[in-house]
Write a protein that binds this ligand. Structure first.
Ligand code: ADP
Ligand code: MG
Length: 264
């Protein structure tokens, strides 16, 4: 079944950028929370650091079976999601063995398709599945790209923001050719945008001249409430609904949804 045929199935979006610290996890958590206002959402924590799990209040001691089990296909897929404090938002947490998965998978058969197969077994329960990727283009991220319909790329408004993006774009093209014909860039989202800093504007202008329409209109501002929320183990929507960060992620959810309805 190609991704396009599964009209009732969840749309799967991989939040990817091989650079660390650009806002992948922050975007995955808060976009998931914002989408969950209107849709059924599953967040998949595919980073062994487990920041998305921590950021949604699931401590290390509470992570039994998660994405490692999803990749090893050791337990039924339906056992993997767990509820969060937000209605309509479930999570598959990073379990403690996930760091070893990349090496263990190397010799496995259909090693690139493991996550895709597991998520396919769950995709009728959700409208959107978001995957928080690790900061690399290894086998974990490859599993996310093979499972996904779209790639959402957070771009931090900082020096060297665009560096490495062409490598990511090439990887997406390669995955499309080899494993997943439907994969496309769902959008590039500018994060940690600081109005008072000219550099932010320069990076935004650069990104738009390079990637055109692929750059989403919503800008995620640098907002202390966003990072505070994470340290409290919740989304910024739960932490401070009236903050600029919450407003931005709600706008991003609307924009991402509108684009997907247009087939972008
Ligand atoms: P990645 O997952 O790409 O490594 P993170 O989402 O973990 O990046 O973000 C890196 C750091 O930046 C975190 O400490 C996070 O709290 C902070 N951060 C991310 N986005 C924002 C923002 N819009 N405003 C303020 N701090 C942010
Ligand atoms: Mg992260």
């Amino acid at each position: 079944m190609s991704n396009k045929e599964k009209s009732k199935a969840a749309r799967i979006i991989a939040v990817t950028n091989q650079k660390g610290g650009v806002g992948k996890t922050t975007t995955a958590i808060n976009l998931a929370a914002a989408l969950a206002v209107k849709q059924r959402v599953l967040l998949v924590d595919l980073d062994p650091q487990g920041n998305a799990s921590t950021g949604l209040g699931v401590g290390y001691d509470q992570r039994q079976t998660g994405t490692y089990a999803a990749l090893m296909q050791e337990v039924p897929a339906s056992d993997l999601p767990r509820r969060t404090e937000l209605d309509n938002l479930d999570i598959i947490t990073a379990d403690n063995e996930l760091a070893g998965a990349e090496i263990e998978l190397i010799a496995g058969d259909r090693r690139e398709y493991r996550l895709r197969e597991t998520l396919r077994a769950l995709d009728s329960r959700y409208d959107v599945i978001l995957i928080d990727c690790p900061p690399s283009l290894g086998l974990l991220t490859l599993n996310a790209l093979v499972a996904a319909d779209g790639v959402l790329v957070p771009l931090q408004c900082e020096f060297f923001a665009l560096e490495g993006i062409s490598q990511l774009v090439k990887t997406v093209e390669r995955v499309r050719r080899a494993f997943n014909a439907d994969l496309h860039i769902a959008g590039i989202v500018l994060t940690m945008y600081d109005r008072r800093n000219n550099l932010s504007e320069l990076v935004a202008a650069d990104a738009r001249s390079f990637f055109g329409e692929q750059v989403l209109e919503t800008l995620i501002p640098r907002n202390i409430r966003i990072s505070e929320a994470q340290s409290h183990g919740c989304s910024v929507l739960q932490y401070d609904r009236r903050s600029s960060g919450a407003a931005a992620y709600l706008a991003l959810a609307d924009e991402v949804t509108a684009r997907s309805e247009k087939g972008a």
